[in-house]
Design a protein around this ligand. Structure first.
Ligand SMILES: O=C(O)CCC(=O)C(=O)O
Ligand SMILES: [Fe+2]
Length: 320
């Protein structure tokens, strides 16, 4: 029997904390090779404090345990910035028979004014939860994973022989969307229904937290044509590249299909921080390639296949 595939676990401290060029070069190579082979890898030594992850997990529970009525009143479908609550059944992947079983809550950068078809704007926060029970830990966690997403972008750039600092020109006011997720126990889902159906991520770098011990994520390995289980380990993040990175790296980095089937007892929590870049930024890897597609255009194009985006919003990024 062929040996079981497993994603590598890369220690980022050699890049983030060390001054040694050898340490940095080793991490850059490990990340490059994993992104090329799997499009996915796991990381430790990432700089997000464990206590923050734990407080944030409690905060996600506080949110998802609110009465259904209150969660529905915060629906992202009514919000111009797609912030707020996505109920089970609100999203459906092309090709799947059934809708996703998960429920989610979206936040992004905090901006008093809605602009760029809702890429920028204010968040919605549940009024019945004191800040210390949700908003505080969620925001603290958002800022930390936002920082990590940018570091991963730099690493990926360096892996292709580019200066890591190229990311600064790409990220003056980057779009970073965070999606908290709760999957119901598998006994309560319908036959053939996924927690989240197979998909690739739309954008740039995804920084994914899995509640420790709550396995469920599977990544498709094209060469072997098999699903790789990704164990949910404490203090270990899953990192993956989205479609924009695959496009701009000319396929050097993969955007791999993945899905979730909750294998844990009880519900499973996770959280994906999607680090995209500036709305009107173009290819940071090969700035002279002539590819004029912007972050805003590429992400809205993909959203359209999953949620309805009104015409005005499409026009604002130059699509309609
Ligand atoms: O919950 C997970 O482990 C994965 C979530 C995911 O793939 C996504 O939100 O795009
Ligand atoms: Fe995903």
């Amino acid at each position: 029997m062929a040996e079981t595939l497993a994603l590598p676990i890369i220690d980022l401290s050699g890049y983030l904390e060390s001054n040694s060029p050898e340490d940095k070069a080793r991490v850059i190579t490990e990340v490059r090779d994993a992104a090329a082979q799997y499009g996915f890898f796991q990381v430790k030594g990432h700089g997000v404090p464990l206590h923050l992850q734990q407080e944030f997990t409690t905060a996600m529970n506080n949110l998802f345990n609110l009465p259904q009525e209150e969660k529905d009143s915060l629906s992202f479908l009514k919000n111009p910035c797609r912030r707020g609550y996505e109920a089970a059944g609100d999203s459906h992947r092309e090709g799947d028979k059934l809708t996703d079983a998960k429920e989610c809550f979206f936040i992004g950068g905090e901006d008093p004014v809605v602009s760029y078809s809702g890429f920028h704007g204010p968040n919605v926060w549940p009024s019945s939860l004191p800040d210390s029970d949700f908003r505080g830990p969620a925001w603290g966690y958002y800022e930390k994973t936002k920082e990590l997403g940018k570091q991963i972008w730099s690493l990926l750039l360096e892996g292709l022989g580019r200066p890591g600092t190229l990311v600064d020109a790409f990220a003056k006011k980057p779009v970073v969307v965070m999606k908290m997720i709760r999957y119901p126990p598998s006994e309560t889902t319908r036959p053939g229904q996924f927690g989240i159906g197979a998909h690739t991520d739309f954008g740039g770098v995804t920084v994914l937290y899995q509640q420790p011990g709550k396995d469920g994520l599977e990544v498709w390995h094209e060469g072997r044509e098999e699903w790789i289980d990704v164990p949910a380990l404490e203090d270990v993040y899953v990192i993956n590249c989205g479609d924009m990175i695959q496009r701009w790296s000319n396929g050097a980095y993969k955007s791999a299909r993945h899905r979730v089937i909750n294998k844990a007892k009880g519900p499973r929590l996770s959280c994906a921080t999607f680090w995209h870049g500036d709305v009107d930024a173009t290819d940071p890897i090969n700035p002279d390639s002539g590819d004029t597609a912007t972050v805003g255009q590429l992400t809205v194009k993909r959203f359209k296949t999953q949620y309805s985006i009104h015409k005005e919003a499409q026009a604002q990024v130059g699509l309609a």
